[in-house]
Design a protein around this ligand. Structure first.
Ligand code: GDD
Ligand code: MG
Length: 398
């Protein structure tokens, strides 16, 4: 593929935040030597490099009661060489939706000769594996893993770690365009191929997010994203003393990390996970709080934001979901960060009041934060999960 080079990079301590880079060509042809005057503002990522990275990558698909047709389309868009990990929190009573997801995945793997794993977030064995491995932050009062997109993502990331992958990427299950899914994964690999540090993150920005209200309108920004980006940029500006608009992907659900970086970060629950990942990087490696880890500080952290060609069309989940599950907890993670200054706090409170998400005098609730993933005893986790996963996952075609 052909993509803009990182033309502008802002630094926040040892974190390098690259401006949004656009995809120029989804397929840039066979590898050929570049003419000497080739524009260095553009990079060609060779297919071999893309494939090498895909082989080292697990793609996690969190799913909760989505239409099977959409799920089927999404898995068809994940490049063949990636390890597919599906973490489901779908209904099991009356109609067993998890069973249906498993059957769909199984059939897909059977005909495409590929590897995949699927597990239910509420599986007691998962909770047992986490307990035995000493990572209890995901466990709720009922002794099972709590509900929430982040909780599923974290559990699946442990599986990617146990499978010795180098990268993990996340793709939602409710996407209408398999071609968009395919492009996200190529963008992940493009980002990792450009990274200077083994600690890297790639976040997707959609070119358009169409709305089907009155005809098709190709909208670029969602309201929640606009607010989240503004608040994160305000936090960075107030720390560095230079106003910036560098962050365009505060809520990017489609994103990927090197596992080396993923292991270092703390995670917020539910849909607050994506803004918190950035906050966690800034807290750990932004240089204003004690450095999280010397090795990371030495290499730095690379953050890429890549704008896709495909528009993003997914299921609409309603305004209450946007307000109470995404906006409020999402910018709550910024508000409660020790990095957050008074100006940014004021902006957050004003936005939340304006959106009717809090009342005057209230603050956003403190996020529930899980410990860094490296705290797990991976061998113990692997021991409990390995046998169980292979007994019911779609792995016949190994
Ligand atoms: N395993 C699991 N457990 N999956 C879940 C859960 C859960 O408790 N809750 C939701 N999911 C799955 C959904 O089925 C979907 O595949 C994905 O997580 C995202 O959830 P949506 O409900 O579709 O979220 P959204 O579309 O409003 O927001 C998405 O995009 C935002 C902007 O990029 C999410 O990915 C957000 O996290 C993201 O910020
Ligand atoms: Mg969605």
């Amino acid at each position: 593929m052909r993509i803009e080079s990182p033309r502008y990079t802002e630094r926040f301590g040892s974190v390098r935040i690259n401006e949004v880079q656009k995809v120029l060509e989804l397929d840039s042809g066979r590898g050929k030597a570049l003419p000497l005057n080739e524009n260095i503002a553009v990079q060609k990522i060779e297919e071999d490099i893309i494939k090498d990275i895909e082989e080292e990558m697990a793609i996690v698909i969190p799913i909760k009661n989505e239409k099977l047709k959409l799920f089927e389309g999404v898995i068809s868009g994940i490049p063949h060489d990636c390890l597919l990990i599906v973490v489901s929190n779908s209904r099991r009573k009356r109609v067993d939706r998890f069973r249906m997801e498993k059957d769909t995945l199984n059939q897909f793997c059977h005909f495409t000769h590929r590897q995949a794993l699927i597990f239910h977030q509420k599986d007691p064995i998962l909770a047992q594996a986490l307990n035995e491995a000493g990572y209890t932050d995901l466990i709720g009062e009922d002794g099972l893993v709590r509900s929430g997109k982040a909780e599923g993502m974290i559990a699946a990331t442990f599986i990617a770690m146990a499978a010795n992958k180098k990268y993990v990427g996340f793709v939602d299950a409710d996407n209408y365009f398999p071609g968009a899914v395919w492009e996200y994964v190529r963008c992940f690999t493009a980002g990792f191929s450009m990274a200077k540090s083994p600690y890297a993150m790639v976040r997707i920005q959609w070119r358009y997010k169409p709305k089907a209200s009155a005809g098709m309108f190709f909208k670029k920004w969602g309201r929640v994203s606009q607010i989240t980006n503004r608040c994160i940029n305000s936090l960075i500006s107030n720390k560095t003393g230079f106003e910036t608009e560098i962050i365009k992907t505060g809520n990017a659900g489609e994103h990927a990390m090197s596992l080396k970086l993923a292991e270092m970060l703390c995670y917020a629950s539910g849909y607050a996970v994506e803004p918190q990942e950035l906050i966690s990087v800034f807290e750990g490696f932004g240089g204003t709080l004690p450095m999280g880890h010397q090795a990371v500080a030495k290499h730095g952290v690379d953050i890429f934001q890549i704008e896709t060609r495909n528009p993003h069309l997914h299921e609409e989940k309603g305004l209450e979901h946007l307000k109470n599950e995404m906006l409020l907890p999402g910018i709550g993670t910024i508000y409660h960060s020790p990095l957050c200054d008074e100006t940014t706090k004021k902006i957050i409170l004003t936005e939340l009041l304006h959106a009717d998400a809090i009342k005057a005098g209230e603050e956003p609730p403190k996020p529930r934060i899980s410990a860094p993933l490296k705290n797990i005893n991976l061998q113990k986790f692997r021991d409990v999960m390995a046998e169980h996963l292979s007994s019911y996952s779609a792995l016949e075609e190994k």
